[in-house]
Design a protein around this ligand. Structure first.
Ligand code: FPP
Length: 253
């Protein structure tokens, strides 16, 4: 079993992003409706946040509802929205106890009013917490995010506040929903699917990808530790050679 003690303190991923997949299959295996899987997903959410915090990760982002998820049956969409509202309220005392700062990104205006209000309350109540930032990606799609970002920058060019030469990678980063988060170091997807599904495409440019067969409702902090251990054993070269990296390492010791 993977233990937090096995994790090296000097190579902790700053930002972990998770595609929480497999709720429907988990429920089906038990002969239950899909929503039963979503309801049983909350323990995995809690465990991941606590686990990431124990590891020393600064930020964890969860793909809770994609722009494409609106196409699911209305009954499932409504159930997911009410689950979001109830669980945010229920978890607030634990967010405070564990010093978790809650954040949300995506087309939040598309969410039901009640979900928007609850999110705003929880975000406001936790805004001075600083152990870990938990970002719920809601009505989120990476292409939508990039499209919104391009429009914002184009408006500034049109107004004459910006020249095309001023458009740098940094400027793009500053205009994404994730402007206040570090790049993703580790992306985890559960349930055996190996796809990015329109998730944080810009932010994942140099991320290590970790896929596990575990269905999301069964995911526990030990699974997260195992993902972090795997991440720590990989060599991140950022386009350089192994020899160059060894040279840099020798200079720092
Ligand atoms: C993917 O499983 C999961 C989702 C689309 C929703 C994620 C929602 C939760 C984890 C519920 C709790 C979250 C919050 C923030 C309250 P799936 O339904 O696609 O599973 P399948 O691929 O097996 O059908």
């Amino acid at each position: 079993m993977s233990l937090v003690e096995n994790i090296k303190k000097n190579k902790v991923p700053k930002h972990i992003a998770i595609i929480m997949d497999g709720n429907g299959r988990w429920a089906k295996k038990k002969g239950m409706a899909r929503i039963f899987g979503h309801r049983n997903a909350l323990t995995a959410v809690r465990e991941s946040v606590i686990g990431a915090s124990e590891v020393g990760t600064e930020a964890i982002s969860l793909y809770a509802f994609s722009t494409e998820n609106w196409n699911r049956p209305k009954l499932e969409v409504d159930a997911l929205m009410s689950l979001l509202i109830h669980s945010l309220k229920k978890e607030l005392p634990d967010f405070q106890k564990n010093n978790v700062k809650v954040n949300a990104i995506g087309r939040l205006g598309d969410l039901p009013k009640k979900a928007q209000e609850t999110l705003n309350e929880v975000i406001d109540a936790t805004k001075t917490n600083n152990k870990i930032t938990l970002t719920f990606c809601l009505s989120y799609g990476s292409r939508e995010e990039i499209n919104t970002c391009v429009k914002k920058i184009a408006e500034e060019v049109k107004k004459g506040n910006l020249n095309p030469e001023d458009i740098t990678e940094d400027l793009i980063q500053q205009n994404l929903y994730t402007h206040n988060l570090p790049d993703v170091d580790l992306m985890i997807r559960t349930s055996g699917e190996q796809r990015l599904s329109n998730y944080l495409l810009w932010q994942l440019a140099y991320a290590e990808l970790y896929f596990t067969e575990t269905l999301w409702p069964d995911f526990r902090r030990e699974d997260l530790f195992k993902a972090v251990e795997t991440y720590q054993n990989r060599e991140r070269r950022f386009g350089k050679t192994s020899e160059q990296l060894e040279g840099e390492h020798e200079q720092t010791i």
